[in-house]
Every structure is written in C-alpha cells, then in structure tokens.
Design a protein around this ligand. Structure first.
Ligand SMILES: [Zn+2]
Ligand SMILES: [Zn+2]
Length: 330
C-alpha cells in the first residue's frame, strides 16, 4: 500500500514525509483493518514531524483524523463496508486509575493514533475496534475527517472550560478547532468573542457570526465567562486570562506550548480564576460531539490533497495558508 512515512530526526527539513510502498498491516485480535477514505492533517502532526513531541517509533505513518471503511475484522457492531472514524485516542489500557475513574483521556498507557502506532496517511490502517466510532453514511468522508480531532478536542475544550448556555466565551486563535467549536457555542446561545492574529481568520470568524472579532493585541469589550486558547503560545493564555471575570476558566487547547510568561497573580488569577489544559479526548467526547455535529450539520471547509502531496498538506497547516482544514483524500 502507499503511505507517507515520517523521516526521523530531520528538524528543519521541509519535506518531513516520504511517500513509499509498504506492506498492508495484518489483522490482529481486537482490531479492524480499514481502507482509508480520508485523513485530516492536524497541527499535532506538525509537532510530531518537527520533534516538539518526542519520537516514539521509527518509520511512523502519522495521521489521526481517519475516516475509513471496515475491510477486515468485521463484527456485528462494525460490519464489512461500514464507515468509521478514528481519532487521536486510539486505545487505553482500561485498568489504570484514570480509566477506572471516567478519565480515559488521561490513561497511563494510552495508544495515540499516528504517534505511538501508525495512523491514516496510508491506504490502509489497523485500529482498535473499540476505538473506531461508527459514522453516518450521509456525510462526505473528507468533510468528516476534521471533526475527528479538531472538532472533538475543540468540543472537549468547551467542556473543560465549563461553558454554560448563554455565556460570553472567548476563542483565542481561530483555526480549524475554533471554527468547529463556534456553531456548538451558537447552538447553546453563547456570545462568541474571537481574538486572532490572521486577517483571513478574523474574516472567517465574522462571517460565521462572532459577536465581536479583534486582532492579536485587541481586548474583548466585555469580561468573559470562559475562554479557550488555540494558539500554541503562552502569551495568548495570559491575554485570555486578563479578559476573564472572577471564577472564570481558561482552557488551553494545545498539546504543545512555547512557554508560559510570568504574570501577575493578584490581578489575573486571584478571584478563583482557573487555567486548565485539555489533554486528549474520551470516547464519550467523540460520541457526543459527532452527534451534535450531525444534528447541527456542521460541515468544515476542506482543502483536499492526495497522498503524494502529503508534504504540501503539512506545510499548509504550518503556514495557515488554507482557509479550510487540510485533508488527505484517497
Ligand atoms: Zn488507563
Ligand atoms: Zn489532532
């Protein structure tokens, strides 16, 4: 099968991936083999490629926003030809403290799709059957792919921030994840305040009906109940914190942050304000978000790339040049 494989340890090289023919994975117990229809390209893939996240295996095939159809290992729940989605959390041990207490996103022995095991930048992928989420057939695969990480983790961020209906919510950074969180917030009757650097992103936020949109150093005209930061920058977290009311929460939707600058505790955190990170996702987050996305007919903008152009897709995510989510389609 054709796959895009990470070149180990070439930080700075523009071509992080090499396209190669590799053997198709062999079915293992408890797994299903999928023919990949589409795989979204996530900023985390870039962090893996650039070594911001330490390498876990050689000759890795990245990709964790996979839409595929079952071709081997079918069961009653997942018959041959059924369409499933696979996300970043590709498995857990099921018996650690966190799994036993409803926090499987924090599992001590997790499997991360496209990081600790091979992912979906390939024609076929082997995934755990209990982490394959059934998908409705009436949605186009390329448009579902970005929902599977950007969408689910954006949704989890709203949960971690504790967003209540009707609240004022700040979104700091406005890429794929924020774009997908927006319609959920609107369906909850929230006011959405967007702070983002890119002019194109500000235009998108305005078009999607943000209550207010501002540039990088602008401050929302109201105090915010909650904020979610999407930019991988500690400064943005402090900016978000400075807009919060007492008791408000900033949720950080970033697997990697450059650095947290020092900030004034008395002014910014006192008053029971909270900063929380958002780590991975549970299967419940996936199920709940995919249902909401289907009910609200959330359809992300997509830029499609072939597997041969996988490097171009990764660069597009880095440069934030695409107005939609980059997706590799087969
Ligand atoms: Zn566990
Ligand atoms: Zn991701």
């Amino acid at each position: 099968m054709k796959a895009a494989i990470l070149n180990a340890g070439n930080k700075g090289d523009r071509n992080h991936l090499r396209i190669a023919e590799v053997p198709r994975p062999e079915l293992k117990p408890g797994h299903v083999l999928l023919r990949v229809l589409a795989c979204g390209v996530c900023r985390t893939d870039l962090h893996i490629a650039e070594g911001d996240l330490p390498p876990l295996c050689r000759d890795l095939i990245p990709g964790h926003q996979i839409v595929g159809e079952v071709v081997e290992g079918a069961s009653v729940a997942l018959p041959i030809g059924s369409r499933v989605g696979v996300s970043w959390t590709g498995g857990t041990d099921g018996d650690c403290f966190f799994c036993q207490h409803g926090m499987e996103n924090l599992c001590d022995h997790p499997t991360f799709t496209g990081y600790s095991v091979n992912g979906g930048y390939a024609e076929y992928v082997l995934v755990r059957e209990d982490f394959a989420h059934p998908l409705p057939h009436d949605l186009d695969a390329a448009h579902v792919a970005p929902l599977l990480c950007a969408g689910i983790i954006g949704f989890r961020s709203l949960r971690v921030a504790g967003v209540q209906p009707g609240e004022r919510v700040g979104l700091f950074g406005f890429g794929s994840s924020a774009t997908l969180a927006m319609p959920v917030l609107q369906s909850w009757g929230c006011e959405v305040y967007v702070v983002t650097r890119g002019e194109a992103h500000r235009a998108t936020a305005a078009r999607l009906g943000a209550t207010w949109v501002g540039g990088e150093d602008a401050k929302a005209p109201v105090t915010l109940d909650r904020a979610v930061t999407f930019a991988p920058s500690g400064k943005v977290v402090v900016d978000a914190l400075s807009s919060l009311r007492k008791g408000g929460v900033v949720a950080i939707n970033a697997i990697h942050l450059d650095q947290m600058p020092a900030f004034d505790y008395d002014k910014l955190l006192w008053g029971e304000r909270q900063i929380r990170s958002v780590a991975n996702m549970t299967r419940a987050d996936a199920t709940d978000f995919l249902k909401i996305a289907h009910d609200l007919r959330i359809q992300p903008g997509v830029s499609a790339f072939t597997i041969d152009a996988a490097n171009k897709a990764l660069l597009a995510v880095k440069a934030e040049t695409e107005n939609g989510s980059a997706v590799i389609v087969f």
